[in-house]
Design a protein around this ligand. Structure first.
Ligand code: PEP
Length: 244
């Protein structure tokens, strides 16, 4: 049985004052679903100190454990700060920093080595969808971004169509079902039924209170990775409650 997961990605938003949102989210976090917030790295330790029932994660890590990488943060450092998870291969990292599937795989190994759960993101651009390349693209990203030692405990996959992120555009439930069904199939083919059946698949892209229940009713959707609507408890709590 896969535990539902509501994951919030605060991106480059938030200062210490924003952490009061964690207090306001506690009631929603008493339900069946796991609630995770990934604030900017600067806030992780403070967030952990007042997280209550909420898990705290990070948004990226370097693939090396330490060294001459100015401005980067290692998986061990995130673990040391109290993070339990790290988002990897988000489309904004792939676009802004040219991250490749191989780099995402290296980061995933580093996350596992530090004892973090990797939330590995895949998803097509609008041009790729319109060219009929969605499944091929997602297949390539999944194969290239995941090392072999995947388990239900160390990995979550997030399907995030790039064109749906922050745009208010959401795929149809049929489109979500097609990709999530494909992801489960591809994971089964590579890792076997038991492992594939234990890995949670999140949908991400313009999830909000008004569309959450419909998206969560889609087969093989085990929760959501939420950007904009995770920034306040007022917006995020109804999404969490749709999973509870
Ligand atoms: C995201 O960036 O992971 C995301 C899903 O953003 P939003 O919910 O704002 O579309």
């Amino acid at each position: 049985m896969r535990r539902k997961l509501a994951a919030g990605n605060w991106k480059m938003n938030g200062t210490a004052a924003t952490l009061s949102e964690l207090d306001a989210l506690q009631d929603a976090a008493t339900g069946a679903a796991e609630v995770l917030i990934c604030p900017p790295a600067t806030l992780i330790a403070q967030a952990v100190a007042r997280a209550g029932r909420i898990a705290i994660g990070a948004q990226d890590c370097h693939s090396d454990a330490s060294g001459a990488h100015t401005g980067d943060v290692s998986a061990d450092m995130l673990k040391d700060a109290g993070a339990t998870c790290v988002i990897l291969g988000h489309s904004e990292r792939r676009a802004d920093h040219g991250e490749t599937n191989a780099q995402v795989a290296d980061k995933t190994r580093a996350a596992w080595g530090a004892g973090l759960t990797a939330i590995v993101c895949v998803g097509e651009t609008l041009a790729e969808r319109e060219a009929g390349q969605t499944i091929d693209l997602v297949r390539t990203q999944l194969a290239g971004s995941l090392p072999d030692a995947v388990s239900g405990a160390n990995t979550v996959i997030a399907y995030e169509p790039v064109w749906a992120i922050g745009t208010g555009k959401v795929p149809t439930t049929d489109q979500i079902a097609e990709v999530h069904g494909f992801l489960r199939e591809a994971l089964t083919a590579r890792f076997g039924k038991d492992t594939a059946g234990a890995i949670r698949l999140l949908y991400g892209g313009s999830v909000k209170a008004s569309n959450a229940a419909e998206i969560f009713a889609v087969a093989d959707v085990d929760g959501a990775l939420v950007g904009g609507a995770s920034l306040t408890a007022a917006d995020f709590a109804p999404i969490v409650n749709a999973l509870n």
